[in-house]
Design a protein around this ligand. Structure first.
Ligand code: SF4
Ligand code: SF4
Length: 184
């Protein structure tokens, strides 16, 4: 059967009309920043105060794109007669984002909560060598990490918080004791 003359034009117009009345999905980036989900894997932030230079993240990274340098420092004994201790001091912490595949293994394996996902994504470079970012930049990104979601009201208290609260209560009780003793 031969097509009705003008049916093609009618079909085309129908598609145009349908599209015109649909909600637009064009993102007005960079004028309007996109609303990203809280768990977006944009870039990795470093909270270096928590880093003990254990090297676990660098060893587990499948791409070998985490570079860490450190040196040892001797710490004097905490109490007279005690032993000196040695600790690792971080000299360099860098991630090559031209190699990183955003698997998140480094963040998962870090035993000291020193690495976090940030939703920041505006760090494109024209030179691939500039995609190796050092600790200062990783630290800046740390401040763009969103706060963790609130706990469920009926959830059990996390054991870290419970332990910290008990220690604080013990300290407060120990500090209050001599004062009470002095008053009596
Ligand atoms: S996200 Fe994966 S590839 Fe990227 S630095 Fe971490 S472990 Fe390496
Ligand atoms: S695993 Fe964590 S604590 Fe260990 S070196 Fe990496 S960032 Fe630092």
């Amino acid at each position: 059967m031969s097509p009705i003359p003008g049916s093609g034009l009618a079909k085309g117009l129908a598609v145009t009309l349908r599209t015109m009345t649909k909600k637009t999905v064009t993102e007005q980036y960079p004028d309007v920043l996109p609303e990203l989900p809280p768990r977006t894997r944009g870039v990795i932030g470093l909270f270096e105060e928590n880093c003990t230079v254990c090297m676990l993240c660098a060893r587990e990274c499948p791409d070998w794109c985490i570079y860490i340098d450190s040196h040892k420092e001797t710490v004097p004994p905490a109490a007279p007669g005690g032993r000196e201790r040695s600790r690792n001091v971080l000299d360099r912490f860098a991630i090559d984002f031209s190699l990183c595949m955003y698997c998140g293994i480094c963040i998962e394996v870090c035993p000291f909560d020193a690495l976090f996902w940030s939703p920041e994504f505006e760090y494109a470079e024209t030179d691939i060598r500039e995609l190796t970012h050092e600790r200062d930049k990783l630290r800046e990104w740390m401040w763009t990490v969103p706060a963790p979601p609130a706990l469920d009201a009926s959830a059990e208290e996390p054991k870290e918080i419970a332990a910290a609260r008990k220690t604080a209560e013990k300290l407060a009780a120990a500090q209050a004791e001599p004062q009470q003793g002095g008053e009596s």
